[in-house]
Ligand binder design. Structure first.
Ligand SMILES: NC(=O)c1ccc[n+]([C@@H]2O[C@H](COP(=O)([O-])OP(=O)(O)OC[C@H]3O[C@@H](n4cnc5c(N)ncnc54)[C@H](O)[C@@H]3O)[C@@H](O)[C@H]2O)c1
Length: 388
């Protein structure tokens, strides 16, 4: 069981512990996204920045001088080792913004040192590592939440509300067409669109649709003019146990009429349809009625990273378990893994299949690591995610 209210026991952290005050956090990973997280923490009253860590010598210190106001700098501990900085800084929680390959170790180490973790997506580099982290969270009883920031868009919540008024989302169709020239690792990935971008749409689809995903069929391809080495385009169909279906089609090599970064969404419900362009408030059109706009977000609404951080801190102060607590988030990574497998084999892939294989591999990882035996009680991959 996850004990969200269990405070860090380290005596050195006693000075910062307060069941009602802002949560003292260390940001681990001071790269591009780490800097965005540092700004987010500095601007959010629910948290206080007490440390920055990066394995690259000097990177944490550079982030402090670049981003932290001068009068706050002396209160921010820096270094290359997370455990040391977190202890010296009397942190209560860790934000893991390292590269995906480091997520498993950084997060598992923090959980076992007693720190709840808010981790950037993806949960881990592989589905097996993600399942293993669910086990580490169970073993330690600490909260591990994955920040899948695009699900925290108030327009998406409004889209869900409008769809519910019309009988609930039955078919969700996402179109995503962009033409970014990133350079770097995405240009070399085998499945840049599915793994690095469509994961957000798969996760947002889960916000709109009730139930759990069951199976995925995917085709991945690379337009002849594409500047990516791997497949920059894909069509993915995800079926849910409620009978709802989410289709995603998109390309990262699509110059011309581009969609928003959230994509363009059409939702078909029993009594009408909802459309969201990914940027403006959604619109609803009831059967036989006029199209009408959804509500604009409240001025105090929290968005994306800021919303993730608020939800995480609230959970540590007695609030509800976040929907993206690791067990909830692993489903999204399982959709990605199933889509990649389907694209490679040409067959429909069950989530039960990829999750059971991941569970076997995660048990091997945990056996070698020696710190977590929680997965030994999971009967199947799916039951482990649904019964904690
Ligand atoms: N939510 C989003 O929209 C979004 C956007 C971009 C990136 N991300 C995610 O954010 C994470 C970081 O991405 P990025 O673009 O900042 O990468 P990056 O390469 O710019 O930065 C990663 C940093 O982590 C450091 N690092 C690596 N291993 C470490 C370890 N063991 N301990 C401490 N520091 C370590 C590196 O030195 C580097 O400075 C990734 O998981 C990525 O998928 C999310």
């Amino acid at each position: 069981m996850i004990d969200l209210h269990h405070p860090v026991r380290d005596p050195q952290s006693a000075g910062h512990e307060s069941p009602t005050g802002p949560v003292p956090v260390v940001v681990v990973g001071a790269g591009g996204m780490g800097k965005t997280w540092i700004r987010t923490v500095l601007d959010n009253d629910a948290a206080v920045l007490v440390g920055i860590v990066d394995v690259m010598d000097g990177a944490a210190e550079r982030a402090v001088s670049e981003l932290v106001p001068e009068h706050q700098r002396s209160a921010v501990v820096t270094g290359t080792d997370s455990a040391t900085v977190a202890r010296q800084a009397a942190a209560e929680a860790v934000i893991d913004v390292t590269i995906p390959a480091a997520h498993h170790k950084v997060t598992a180490d923090a959980l076992h040192a007693g720190y709840p973790v808010l981790g950037e997506k993806p949960c881990a580099a592989t589905l097996a590592e993600a399942v293993s982290l669910a086990g580490h969270a169970e073993t330690t009883g600490r909260l591990f939440m994955v920040s899948q920031s695009r699900r925290n868009n108030p327009h998406l919540g409004e889209t869900r509300r409008l769809a519910d008024e019309l009988g609930g989302a039955g078919i969700v169709d996402t179109r995503f067409y962009k033409a970014p020239r990133f350079g770097g690792f995405r240009d070399e990935m085998e499945h840049p669109l599915i793994v690095d971008m469509a994961i957000h749409a798969f996760d947002a689809g889960r916000v709109l649709i009730d139930g759990n995903p069951v199976a995925v069929t995917a085709t991945a391809y690379n337009p002849v003019w594409s500047w990516y080495a791997g497949d920059a385009a894909a069509t993915v169909t995800i079926t849910y146990d409620t009978g709802a279906v989410h289709t995603f089609s998109g390309s990262w090599a699509a110059p011309g009429a581009e969609t928003s970064w959230n994509g363009d969404w059409q939702i078909s419900c029993e009594r009408g349809s909802v459309h969201w362009d990914g940027e403006e408030p959604p619109t609803a059109r009831p059967e036989g009625g006029e199209q009408h706009p959804g509500r604009a977000p409240a001025p105090e609404a929290r968005w994306e990273l800021d919303a993730s951080l608020s939800e995480f801190c609230a959970a540590l102060r007695g609030g509800p378990v976040p929907a993206s607590e690791v067990h909830g988030n692993v489903w999204t990574q399982a959709i990605v893994e199933a889509a990649v497998r389907s694209a490679g084999t040409g067959r429909r892939v069950l989530l039960a299949e990829v999750l059971d294989e991941a569970l076997d591999a995660a048990r091997e990882l945990d056996l070698a690591d020696g710190r977590s035996r929680a997965l030994s009680t999971w009967k199947t991959g799916i039951s482990g995610l649904t019964t904690t």
